[in-house]
Design a protein around this ligand. Structure first.
Ligand code: HEC
Ligand code: HEC
Length: 205
């Protein structure tokens, strides 16, 4: 995938491994720098472990670095809108997009806290049927954990998932590829909340 970033896309960690011990040390040092910048700049909204407690703010824990870099790129170019994120991304050089994304890729998945109310089994079932019918699992995986440029969505926050599905459907959130607008083209807008409910409460148990 070409991002027009002027940077090779295999993660820094992989490149460093191939280049041997010295480069790996440089990679670790760089990751420490972005870990610290994440803690001071990003954690206030996204949480220190990447599971945000703020409304409308996505979980980054367990997210893939290639997906993260495409989104930071879209924010920087002003193609994905959010005042805070666009403001931050506009100050980032390509190396910062890489550094933050590689760091995000190291954040282990953090399971969602137990729901306040017992799950509505009928809604979960309807959401699951929709997810199968519209092939969400085909790209996001049976565990909804994604991979590479496809985001992990299982356990993502419900309010955020609903907002983002509505955004793709209306065209307000431009995707990096045509995958999502096409996947949602046959899903009635009224059913998006069922998908969001299912995805957010999904657990592989
Ligand atoms: C003021 C709160 C705030 C701060 C600070 C912040 N973010 Fe965000 N971030 C958000 C919100 C809200 C969204 C969702 C935007 C939307 O789609 O409306 C988001 C989205 C993202 C996404 C896309 C996630 C996805 O699932 O698509 C990434 C990646 C991200 N932020 C990384 C960062 C990084 C790296 C930093 C620090 C440099 C940072 N954020 C700082 C609020 C914040
Ligand atoms: C053909 C592959 C494909 C299919 C099918 C697909 N997706 Fe996606 N999905 C993607 C890709 C790729 C992205 C990253 C979006 C981009 O290009 O910026 C994404 C993004 C998302 C996001 C945004 C995650 C975030 O953190 O912001 C959600 C939510 C989502 N998909 C849910 C779904 C649901 C629900 C379905 C089924 C109706 C579905 N997807 C079907 C490939 C797919």
């Amino acid at each position: 995938m070409s991002l027009g970033l002027g940077v090779a896309l295999p993660s820094g960690a992989q490149t460093d491994k191939a280049a041997g011990g010295v480069a790996a040390t440089a990679g670790n040092a760089r990751n420490a720098v972005y870990a610290e910048r994440f803690r001071t700049v990003c954690a206030a909204c996204h949480g220190g472990d990447g599971r945000s407690e703020m409304a409308g703010t996505p979980v980054l824990a367990g997210q893939h670095s290639l997906y993260a870099i495409t989104q930071l790129f879209l924010f920087r170019e002003g193609r994905r809108s959010n005042e805070a994120m666009v403001g931050l991304a506009k100050q980032m050089k390509d190396a910062d997009l890489r550094g933050f994304s590689d760091f995000i890729g190291t954040l282990a998945p953090v399971p969602a806290p137990a729901p306040a109310m017992p799950l509505d089994a009928a809604r979960m079932k309807r959401g699951q049927v929709l997810a199968q019918e519209h092939k969400c699992v085909f790209c996001h995986g049976a565990e909804l954990d994604g991979g590479q440029g496809v985001p992990r969505i299982g356990g993502q926050k419900e309010d955020y998932v609903l907002m983002t599905l509505q955004g793709y459907k209306s065209g307000e959130r431009p995707a990096y590829t045509r995958a999502m607008p096409e996947a949602l083209s046959q899903v009635p807008t009224a059913d998006l909340d069922l998908l969001a409910y299912y995805v957010a409460n999904f657990s592989s148990k």
